[in-house]
Design a protein around this ligand. Sequence first.
Ligand SMILES: [Zn+2]
Length: 319
Amino acid sequence: MRFYDAHNHLQDERFAGRQEELLTTAETVGVIGMVVNGACAADWPMVDSLARSRPGLIPAFGWHPWYLQERETGWLEDLESQLDRFPAASVGEIGLDRWILEQPPSIRARYLPDLGERTPASFEEQTQAFVAQWKLAVRLDRAVTVHCLNAWGRLIEIIQALPGPSQGFLLHSYGGSAELVPELTRMGAYFSFPGYFALDRKQRQRDVFRRIPLDRLLVETDAPDQLPPSSLIRFPCHGPEPDRRPLNHPANLPDIYAYLAEWLSISLPDLESQVELNFRRLFGPPLPSQVPPPPSGSLASVLPPVPPHPPSGKAERCG
Ligand SMILES: [Zn+2]
């Protein structure tokens, strides 16, 4: 059992200091790698220290479109310094989101309780911040994790016009159409499946995953968000008192793999080994020439070398 969570937010304050316990449980069920995404500068110190505590934990630093209004002068330089301090880090979560801008204030407040009377950054500001972070990732040679809601046309336009990261990039919780998959694949995209897409009403998103090349497929929890259906929640988890909102636990990942394997009609061991290759190709651990050797016995020292990136669009289904 070797499971990789392509996208979560383990640093989230709703976990209320229980990160060590969550990680231990996740390791017990075979989760040996995860990308923990900071969504704004306030997240980065916690993401950084979690990543230093576990070799299988890959940090991502970036500004999510929902939090851009919190940026201060020098935000891009600060992001670069954070990335410089962590050569194995990727850039994320960054992106474009028209959905949040279209919501009435009451709905917005549910997702962005800290927003108060302020308005979120405009789509134009989102675009500028995305382009700046994407260019930074390319210059520093880092993988990128992208969040995109209701903005696929604009995202593709931007990515087509710019050089991309050599490792490729992740479209987390890919909710775009099947028709876009070949072009996105050609541009270097990987696509991750969240347990949330196992909900009955997510049939369209699920169907699209049958059209994703297997060598670009990843799996995610997005914990603490995107709760899967109760049948896939082996580890119930709640936020702090008084409302104790249900949270997604990173140890729910193996059940999401099992669901996806069945949905794609492939064996679970085949899915596990394919996702392991894909995860390491995109996120590392990086080749030994790029960083000092890891402590012996750690994840990075026991995994096999990373095979080269496959030719675009030539993916075959395994199993
Ligand atoms: Zn996320």
